[in-house]
Design a protein around this ligand. Structure first.
Ligand code: HEM
Length: 427
């Protein structure tokens, strides 16, 4: 008989650290250095958890059968915003069906159109930026990317209406993407979420806009070529259309998924190139493959989302250990992207790593992976490449603060500590 326990049980040993996650990046890094590629921790509100950064383990996790791995549990914290039928919290079959409906509008065949729209947005942002003085680009990026998502998802593009949507969404998301919602979610059993009048009021204003737009389209037979249009045209095998509630939950899911991520990806892209003038120079020469490589590398060294998670329903073999059901497995994206076995000199910003090679496999995962991989990846990459090319053609970019911007935590995002403070100078 084997004397190995049936399950890996590091929780009983020295590797267990209560809430190590909350103690910050350097603690996580030190734990990975000490324990190899995976360590255990106890997270309040989540329980027994394993943090991983090894691509082989990530592969095992993402390819594990659907019955063994629950990919919804880690996203449930989003339910107050996206609703019970939102894409990120839907059971696999319903999730797949909705993803199929959304994909053509989110990942259009015509990359030229996506590119033209992204470049036009980048030019508008650049035209509004002050020159030769330090300023924070972050807020402008957030407004611009929210506008782009709004147009792509709901078709709302007219300035006054877009401003109204942005104002209402911003007020709600400020509360929803905060430390407060995390604490309230942990205390949900004691009514932490049920009693939150200001959030309910802000959510009610968002709902009025989304349901109002759905009703307007139904009334006028407005059949547009955006994500909401694609969902409204869909019929099931009995000819029934999606309910307003399902439509609303998908719109809010896309807003929630896009809101801080894309703007943060752009902010880190500019933060990095401002500190690497030779990189910007090469982009300005018009080398498009190199511009794409710069975006991949920015998403590697500074991934906007810190981690993604799955929960085990059955025992799963990960890295040669049998991990117990009920465990949350968290893929630490930044640690994966800084794995010294995958990337020589991992902290260095070197776009050349991606020349002649597209990111893939399980070592580059800014958009997560497997069945739940991000539906907005194509749109985000198109925006990043377009902003980079447009800015590089017209201005030089210098840091607006000395040194690198610190990595600051905001919910599960890693945002630049000075909100992307830069100095732009016309070429
Ligand atoms: C740089 C920009 C972005 C980053 C870094 C990012 C990152 C991610 C990550 C890490 C996940 C979790 C995937 C997983 O669990 O495997 C995710 C899911 C998701 N993202 Fe994004 N995202 C970005 C942009 C967008 C955009 C522009 C949209 C919408 C237009 C979007 C919508 C979503 C949605 C709806 C999900 C849930 C998918 C599902 O559960 O089926 N994201 N994203």
């Amino acid at each position: 008989m084997s004397d190995r326990p049936p399950f890996w049980e590091p929780w009983a040993g020295t590797a267990t650290l209560p809430a190590a996650l909350l103690l910050g990046e350097h603690v996580t890094h030190a734990l990975f250095e000490r324990t190899g590629s995976m360590f255990a921790l106890w997270l309040p509100g989540v329980g027994r958890s394993v943090m991983v950064r090894d691509p082989a383990v990530v592969r095992e996790l993402l390819l594990a059968p659907e019955e063994a791995v629950d990919d919804v549990a880690a996203n449930l914290v989003q339910t107050p915003v996206i609703g019970p039928q939102g894409l990120a919290v839907l059971a696999p079959e319903a999730n797949r069906a909705l993803r199929r409906l959304m994909t053509p509008a989110l990942r259009p065949q015509s990359r030229e159109r996506l590119r033209a729209e992204a470049e036009s947005l980048a030019r508008d942002v650049l035209a509004g930026c002050p020159l030769k003085v330090p300023f924070a680009l972050g807020p402008r990026l957030r407004t611009a990317t929210m506008g782009a998502t709004l147009a792509q998802v709901t078709g709302v593009a007219e300035a006054a209406r877009a401003a109204e949507w942005n104002r209402v969404l911003h007020r709600m998301f400020q509360q929803a993407v905060s430390a407060e919602i995390t604490v309230r979610y942990m205390l949900r059993g004691a009514g932490g979420l049920a009693w939150w009048p200001s959030f309910r009021r802000h959510m009610g204003e968002c709902d009025a806009l989304v349901y109002g737009e759905i009703a307007r389209r139904r009334r006028c037979g407005d059949d547009r070529d955006d994500v909401l249009g694609a969902l409204m045209r869909a019929r099931d095998e009995r000819g029934a259309r999606l309910t307003d509630r399902v439509l609303r939950d998908q719109v809010m899911s896309l807003f929630a998924g896009a809101r801080t991520t894309t703007a943060t990806g752009l902010a880190w892209l500019f933060e990095r190139v401002a500190r690497h003038p030779d990189v910007l120079r090469r982009v300005a020469e018009g080398d498009e493959a190199y511009a794409d490589a710069v975006c991949y590398e920015a998403l590697r060294v500074r991934p906007p989302v810190a981690f993604f998670g799955r929960a085990l329903r059955r025992p799963v073999e990960l890295g040669g250990r049998t991990v117990r059901p009920g465990t949350a497995v968290i893929v630490h994206i930044r640690a994966l992207h800084h794995h010294p076995g995958l990337y020589p000199d991992p902290a260095a910003f070197r776009p050349e790593r991606w020349l002649g090679r597209r990111p893939g496999g399980y070592g580059w995962m800014p958009f997560g992976g497997g069945r739940r991989t991000c539906v907005g990846d194509r749109m985000a990459l198109a925006l990043m490449a377009a902003f980079l090319r447009v800015f590089a053609e017209s201005v030089t970019i210098a840091p607006g603060v000395p040194g690198d911007e610190a990595v600051r935590w905001l919910a599960i995002s890693n945002v630049p500590g000075d909100d992307c403070r830069l100095v732009l100078t016309p070429r």
